[in-house]
Write a protein that binds this ligand. Structure first.
Ligand SMILES: Nc1ncnc2c1ncn2[C@@H]1O[C@H](COP(=O)(O)OP(=O)(O)O)[C@@H](O)[C@H]1O
Ligand SMILES: [Mg+2]
Length: 247
């Protein structure tokens, strides 16, 4: 099967600041992401996870190596969900979601229809005229995800989307995300530093070494969903990942 994204010999060194020594953050990253899979990148803080995700998504343009998208896929088919939600505070929930569609050739009516569909899916209808600061963290990130998904992207990049949330809310949003993924079948590439989250969500988990990040191993996770976190099989995979990740 042809991958939807392939990374070939990605190397990245930050050297913009002349007053600081160059910082090598990624070394020889080779990775393929397959159509429709849920791939999780996990590694210790500072291992270059966010940098790698930004390179994959096209947000970061300066690097060595090659990022190839499958023929017919362009950056317009991708979306990004940020850890800090990145909503515009002066816009309402409805307008924030609609932002995902601005700049595309979509009529105002069609935009309204698609935003209404996402409001419903995310249980946000009663908050559609609220501003971000009037919402809980969980609701804000629902808006962040709704804005990403309203374009019906083929690929969704997510950088620690749940790590600002309390554990109950994070768990609820993970379930909702899995439902959406199963319904709409996008490819998801998510970054996290939480091993149990990686194993709850991912079909495969790519483990990065400490800086400079290299791919230590890509572990397949075929546990059936919904995944029971307190099961022997889950613990086994968790132990395996803990032993791979070096702080
Ligand atoms: N724009 C930048 N300029 C210089 N150094 C950076 C920049 N962005 C990130 N870094 C450094 O690169 C390393 C990797 O960062 P990052 O990709 O954010 O890691 P992670 O997401 O795994 O925590 C860190 O040491 C960080 O300080
Ligand atoms: Mg990061």
């Amino acid at each position: 099967m042809e991958p939807i994204i392939s990374l070939h010999k990605i190397n990245k060194t930050f050297k913009e600041r002349p007053d600081l020594p160059p910082l090598k953050v990624l070394e020889d990253i080779n990775l393929e992401v397959f159509d429709g899979e849920f791939l999780v990148l996990v590694g210790p803080s500072g291992s270059g996870k966010s940098t790698l995700l930004r390179i994959m998504s096209g947000l970061e343009k300066s690097y060595d190596g090659e990022v190839k998208l499958k023929a017919g896929i362009s950056s317009a088919d991708t979306s990004f969900v940020f850890q800090q939600f990145a909503l515009l505070p002066w816009l309402t929930v409805e307008e924030n979601i609609e932002l995902g569609l601005i700049g595309r050739k979509i009529s105002k009516n069609e935009r309204k229809r698609r935003v209404a569909e996402e409001l419903k899916l995310f249980g946000l209808e009663q908050f559609k005229n609220s501003r971000p600061k009037e919402l809980s963290g969980g609701m804000r990130q629902r808006v962040g995800i709704a804005r990403a998904i309203v374009t019906n992207p083929k690929i969704i990049f997510m950088d620690e989307p749940f790590s600002e949330l309390d554990s109950f809310t994070a768990e609820e949003l993970r379930k909702e995300l899995l439902n959406i993924w199963q319904k709409r079948k996008p490819t998801i590439v998510m970054v996290t530093h939480i091993i149990s989250e990686a194993l709850k969500l991912g079909d495969r988990v790519a483990v990065l070494t400490p800086r400079p990040g290299k791919i230590e191993k890509v572990t397949s996770n075929s546990l059936p969903r919904p995944r029971a976190e307190r099961s022997g099989d889950f613990y086994k995979l968790e132990d395996e990942l803990y032993s791979l990740i070096k702080p």
